[in-house]
Design a protein. Structure first.
Length: 225
């Protein structure tokens, strides 16, 4: 069975004919489904029963609404946040790597040194083993996906903008250093004058103070003393 046939059989098993009809009608008009049914040729089964072409068309249309996460992504659509897979079915996948059984057999043969030179050359000349294998795949319905929101364009700063920003940072650092230096500079809190009795000269003194954090405990002890 092909992957399309596997998905179609999974749809028939997971959903009733009424559910399949509802899902098909939600995304296809009656005319579209009738046109699909007109191109379907059915043959009686071993019991002489003939399937309804319209039901087959509806099931086929619904099967086409289920894809894997990567398949929807390739179509430019994104699975909605929080959505869980609606179906889990084993589908065929292709690989050109050796199968697990082949790798295990070769490793065991090498361990017991049972690989002949001719066998080793064959492996070296043909390291790959193209084949199909089945893997459980998770499918999402069309109603579970949406067009992804466009991301805002990333603005790359020009050299001029970078230089201006660096100059702004340098100016801010310079201003902070100037403010810190001004706070730590001594200030004049009093001027005193006295006259020398011997030579009748007057000297003026300046008392400087450096701002510092007040020690209230020391200040209280000085006052009480």
């Amino acid at each position: 069975m092909t992957n399309n046939e596997i998905i179609l059989e999974a749809i028939k098993t997971a959903f009733s004919p009424e559910q399949i009809h509802t899902m098909a009608a939600a995304h296809h008009s009656a005319e579209q489904l009738a046109s699909m049914a007109a191109h379907i040729q059915v043959k009686p089964d071993k019991n002489g029963n003939t399937a309804d072409p319209l039901q087959i068309a509806e099931a086929m249309s619904v099967a086409g609404m289920f894809h894997t996460y990567n398949e929807w992504k390739q179509q430019g659509l994104q699975v909605k946040r929080g959505e869980k897979a609606a179906l889990a079915v084993p589908l065929w996948r292709f690989t050109d790597k050796p199968s697990v059984a082949q790798r295990k057999a070769m490793a065991e043969a090498k361990a017991v040194k049972a690989v002949s030179a001719a066998e080793q050359k064959l492996v070296d000349d043909h390291p790959n083993d193209p084949h199909y294998y089945k893997k459980l795949s998770y499918l999402f319905h069309r109603d579970q996906v949406e067009v992804p929101a466009e991301r805002p364009a990333v603005h790359v700063k020009t050299a001029e903008e970078i230089r201006a920003y660096n100059a702004q940072l340098a100016a801010q650092r310079k201003a902070r250093r100037a403010a810190a230096a001004q706070q730590s500079a001594p200030v004049v809190i009093a001027q005193t004058a006295h006259k020398d009795l011997n030579d009748n000269t007057t000297e003026t003194g300046v008392i400087l103070a450096v701002p510092q954090q007040l020690d209230f405990a020391t200040l209280a002890s000085n006052v009480l003393a």
